[in-house]
Design a protein. Sequence first.
Lengths: 303, 364
Amino acid sequence: MEALILTVLLTSVPLIFAAAGELVAERSGVLNLGVEGMMLMGAVTAFAATSLSGNPYLGVFAGAVSGGLTALIFAIFALGLATNQVATGLALTIFGTGLSGLMGEPFVGGTIAGLSNLPIPLLSEIPVIGALLFNHDLLAYLSIAMLVVVAWFLKKTRAGLVLRAVGNSHDSANALGYPVLTVRFWAVLFGGTMAGLGGAYLPLVLTPHWSEGMTAGRGWIALALVVFASWVPSRILIGALLFGGITIMQLAGQARGWAVPSQMLSMLPYLATIAVLVVIARNKEFSLANSPACLGKIFIGNR
Amino acid sequence: MISMTPRKDIPLIRTIATPAVAILLTLIIGASIFAILGFSPTGALYEFFVAPVSRLDQIGDLFVKACPLIITATGLVFCYRANVWNIGAEGQLIFGAIFSGWVALNFPDLPMMVMMPAMILASIAGGIFWALIPALLKVRFNTNEILVSLMLTYVATLFIDWLVRGPWRDPMSFGFPLTKMYSDAALIHRVDLFGAGMLGQLHWGVVGALILALIGAFVLSRTILGFQVKVMGDAPRAGRFAGFNPGLVTIGVMALAGGAAGLAGMVEVSASMGQLQPNVSFGYGFTAIIVAFLARLNPIGVIFAGLVVALAELGGDNAQMVLGMPKVVTGVFKGVLLFMLLAGETFNRYHITWHGRRASQPEP
C-alpha cells in the first residue's frame, strides 16, 4: 500500500511541473499546445546530459533549458509573428516529438543512474508519513515548491497582477502601458522550462532510459489538468494526484489479476480526462471564474 | 519598433508562392538541424526526398501514401475553416477501420457490389460516431474539443489493440495480433492503367480520394453548407445574426471530418493491409492536419499538399530502413513545415515594417 501511494506521488510530479507552467502561460493569455513536445525535448536532453556527464543534476538543468528553448520557438512564431496559437502549438508538439527522436537515437537502449533521494533530516524519520512525504528526490520537492511559488506569484505580487491583466484583456493592459508581448514572452518561456523539468523527471526518476515518445500523452493530460484546475494553481495538485492514481490503478489491476483487459485499464486516464472535462465544464461559474478572457487570442497592438 | 498593418487584399502570387517558399525553407532548416546533430544533411535530404521517388513505379506508391492523407485532410479543412479544432482524426480513422472491418469479417461471403458500399458506409459511420463525441460534448457542455478528440485517439488506439489481440484475433494467426484476412470482395484492387500494367501499388482508393477532394472543393465554394462553414469561421457574430446555428455547424463539420477520416481508415486497410492489425494508421490523422494547412485550407490544394507530405512520409520510411532512424524523425520536417506555413500566413496577411526605435513613443 505504501509503495502504491509512493508511485502515485511520483507519477504526478511531471504533471505538476507541466501543468503549473502551462497555467502561467495560459493566465497571460497564451494557449501553448506544445507541452507534449516541450516535455519530450526536456526528457531527451536530460537523458543525454546525464548519460554523457554522469551527473543527473546536470540533466535536470539541461532538461529545463531545453524545455525553455523549445518554448522560445513557440514564442517567436505565436507572439512575434502572431501566428494561430492552436496550430503553432501542434507544430511544436510534432517538431518536438521528431527532434527528440532524432536527438535520442544514439541513446536508445542505454540506462542512466537517475536522481537519488534526499531525505529531509528528522521529518523523514516520522513513521509512515516520513517515508511517503519527506524522502524524495530534488525534483519532487521542487514541483511542490514551484506550485507554491506560482500561486504566490499570481495572487500576491504586482507582476502576477500584470500578467493576469494581460491575459484578461490585452487591449486594456496595452492601453495602460503594460508590455503585453514581453509579459507573454516570459510566461511562455517559464511554461517551457517547467515542461522541460516535467519531461526530465521521466528518464531521471520514473524509468531510467530513453524511448521515443516516452511521455505517452502526459503533455496533453497536463493541458487538461489546467482546465480541470480551472486556472487555480492549488487545484493542479489535486488533479495531478488524481491522474497519478488512475494511471497507477492499471498497474495495480494487472498485479492483482483483475479480469479486465490491460488495454481497457490503460484507457482509464484518457477517459477520466474526458469525464473530468465534462464535469468541470458543466459548472460554468466554477470553471470559467478564473479563465483568462484573452486565452488563445492574437495580439497585434504596437510592438 | 515593428508595425504590422493588415493588407487590404492578398496578391494572388503570394497565395501561390507561400507554400513553395515554406517548403524550400523547411528543406534548408531541416537539413541544418541534421547537420548540427552530426548527421549528413545531403544524405538525409536524399533519403527523405529523392530516393523514394527515383523510379517510375514509386510515383504510384507516392499516390498510395497520399491517399489517406488527402481523404482525411479534405474533411479537416471544413473543421478548421469553421474554427473547430478537431485534432482527433487519427482516432476517427481507426474507428472507420474497425466498423468496416466488422462488416468484412462478419459477412465475408457478400458479393463485391454489396460488400464495398456496405464497408464504405460502415467506415463513414464509425468515423462520425467517434467524431460526434467531442462535437456533442462541445455543443452541450462547452468542453474543449481539442483535448477530448485527442484523448479519444488514445482510447481508439487501445481499443483496436484489444480487438485484434482479443476477440477479433484470427485463431490461426499463430499468436500474432491480426484478424482473419478479408475476403477478396472486401479488398480494394490495384489500378490497371489501360492495360499498360500497374503503377506501383496505385489502387482505386486513390482515384476515390481525388474525387472526394474535388467534391469537397465544390461543397466548400458552391453550397450553402460551405458558406455557413466559412462565415462561422471568419465572422461568428455575423453568422449568428444571419441565423446560422453555431452548434449545428460544429456538429456538421465534425461529422464531415470524422466521416472522411473513417473512410480513409477503410481504404487504408482494404487496399494495403487486407486485415486489421494494431497499427492500421501510422499517424495519418495527425499528418493530415499539416496537409490541410499546407493546402491553405483549400480542398484542391489538399491533393498537392497530400503528395508533398506523402513524399516526406515515404522518406521517413526510407530513412528508417537505410539510415536506421526512428520514424518520428519525419516530424522534424513536418513541424518545421507547419511553422513556416503559419509564418507565411502572417507575412501574407500583414504588411510588416521595421522602423527603428522612436524616442517620441513611450516604451510599451
